[in-house]
Design a protein around this ligand. Structure first.
Ligand SMILES: NC(=O)c1ccc[n+]([C@@H]2O[C@H](COP(=O)([O-])OP(=O)(O)OC[C@H]3O[C@@H](n4cnc5c(N)ncnc54)[C@H](O)[C@@H]3O)[C@@H](O)[C@H]2O)c1
Length: 316
C-alpha cells in the first residue's frame, strides 16, 4: 500500500505519514541516499494521505504501533548465533531487510525467515580475514551495507576476576572478542558505508561498564567500558560522512550468556527483585532499542549510550 516502508496493514497512518515526510525531507537534504523506493514513497505519500487515513477506524489507529523505517536496507549482525544478536537479526529480517549473520556457533534453527533474505557465515569475528569476507558478502550478495550491529561477546564467569589476579592470556582474549571484533567490523564496514553516503551502527556494551564491583569481572566490564568510548570515536570521526554510531548497555537479560539462570526460578526472582521494573530483560528488550537506533527515526542520534535495564542502574 505505501511502498516498502510502512507496508503493514496495522500501521498508524498519521505517524506513517510523518515518517514518509521525514524520509523524503532527509533525502532532499542529502542526509540519506536516494534509493529507488523513495520514488515509490513520493508517489504513495499522497495515497496514504488522501485514501487510507480516512478509512482507518480511530481506535485501531490509536492502538497500533508505527513500523520503523528500514526499506531497501542491508545489515550485518555480528554475534547472531543466539541471544540478543539472533533476536535483532530476526527483527531486521521481519522488517524486510537483507541480513548477513555471523557467529562462531553454527546457524541457529530459530532464525526467523523473511521477508528479507538471510545469509549466515560461521567463523571467528576476531579474525580479520573472516570480517573482510562478511563485508564482501554484503556487497556481492546484497549490493550494499547500511547497518552494523555488534553483539559479539563473552563473559567467562568463573575465570574472569580481578585485574590483579586474572590470567593475562584470558584478559587478552576477552578484549579481542569484546572490543577488537567491534573495531574490525567497523573498520571494514565503514568504507562501504562511506561509498554509499551513510550508515548506522549499534554496539553492545553492558551496565557492568558503569561501575566498580567487589566481585569483579574486570576483563568483561573494562572491555565493555572501552566499547562506549570506541563508539564515540566512530560517531565523532564519521558524522560528516553520515555514519551514526551508538551503544546499548543492557542489564540482566535472559539469553545463552546467562545460561546459569536457566530453570533457576528462585535465582531469577532474586535478580528481578532488584530491578525497579520488576523483571529480568528478555532479548526483545534490547532488540527494540537497537531497531530504533538503527532506524531513520534516530537520524539525529549519534554517540550516545542507551541503558536498557529496567531501571537497575538508576537505583541507588
Ligand atoms: N545477556 C545479558 O545479560 C547481557 C547483559 C549486558 C550486556 N550483554 C551483551 O549483549 C551482547 C549479546 O549478549 P547475549 O546475551 O545475546 O549473549 P550470547 O552469548 O547469547 O551472544 C553472544 C554471541 O557472541 C558469539 N561469539 C563469542 N565469541 C565469538 C567469536 N570469537 N567469534 C564469533 N562469535 C562469537 C557467541 O557464540 C554468541 O552467539 C554481548 O555483547 C553481551 O556482552 C548481555
Amino acid at each position: 500500500m505505501v511502498g516498502a516502508t510502512v507496508a503493514h496493514e496495522n500501521v498508524n497512518i498519521i505517524d506513517a505519514e510523518a515518517i514518509l515526510c521525514s524520509r523524503l525531507r532527509h533525502v532532499e537534504q542529502g542526509c540519506i541516499p536516494l534509493l529507488p523506493f523513495d520514488i515509490v514513497l513520493r508517489i504513495n505519500h499522497f495515497t496514504v494521505h488522501r485514501g487510507i487515513r480516512r478509512t482507518m477506524p480511530t481506535k485501531k489507529r490509536r492502538d497500533e504501533k508505527v513500523a520503523l523505517n528500514f526499506s531497501g536496507r542491508v545489515a550485518l549482525v555480528a554475534g547472531a548465533g543466539g541471544g540478543i544478536g539472533l533476536n535483532i537479526a530476526g527483527d531486521l529480517l521481519a522488517a524486510g531487510l537483507d541480513v548477513v549473520l555471523a557467529d562462531c556457533k553454527p546457524e541457529s534453527p530459530d532464525i526467523d525467515r523473511g521477508p528479507g533474505s538471510a545469509c549466515f557465515l560461521q567463523g571467528d569475528l576476531t579474525d580479520e580475514k573472516f570480517v573482510i569476507e562478511l563485508v564482501e558478502t554484503a556487497r556481492k550478495r546484497f549490493g550494499r551495507l547500511d547497518y552494523l550491529v555488534n553483539t559479539t561477546g563473552v563473559l567467562w564467569f568463573d575465570q574472569d576476576t580481578s585485574f590483579a589476579t586474572i590470567d593475562l592470556d584470558l584478559w587478552d582474549r576477552v578484549f579481542e572478542i569484546n572490543l577488537k571484533s567491534f573495531v574490525l567490523t567497523a573498520r571494514h564496514a565503514i568504507p562501504l558505508m562511506v561509498e554509499q553516503g551513510g550508515g548506522a551502527m549499534v554496539h553492545f556494551a553492558s551496565i557492568d561498564a558503569l561501575r566498580g564491583d567487589l566481585n569483579p569481572q574486570d576483563a568483561y566490564a573494562i572491555s565493555k567500558a572501552a566499547v562506549i568510548r570506541f563508539s564515540k570515536s566512530v560517531a565523532v570521526q564519521y558524522a560528516d560522512r553520515r555514519i551514526r554510531s551508538n551503544v546499548i548497555l543492557p542489564g540482566p537479560v535472559l539469553s545463552p550468556m546467562q545460561a546459569r539462570w536457566e530453570g533457576k526460578t528462585k535465582m531469577q526472582q532474586d535478580v528481578a527483585r532488584m530491578i525497579p521494573l520488576g523483571r529480568l530483560g528478555d532479548t526483545q528488550d534490547p532488540a527494540n532499542a537497537c531497531m530504533f537506533l538503527l532506524s531513520d527515526e534516530a537520524l539525529w542520534i549519534t554517540g550516545i549510550d542507551l541503558t536498557v535495564d529496567g531501571g537497575l542502574s538508576a537505583r541507588g
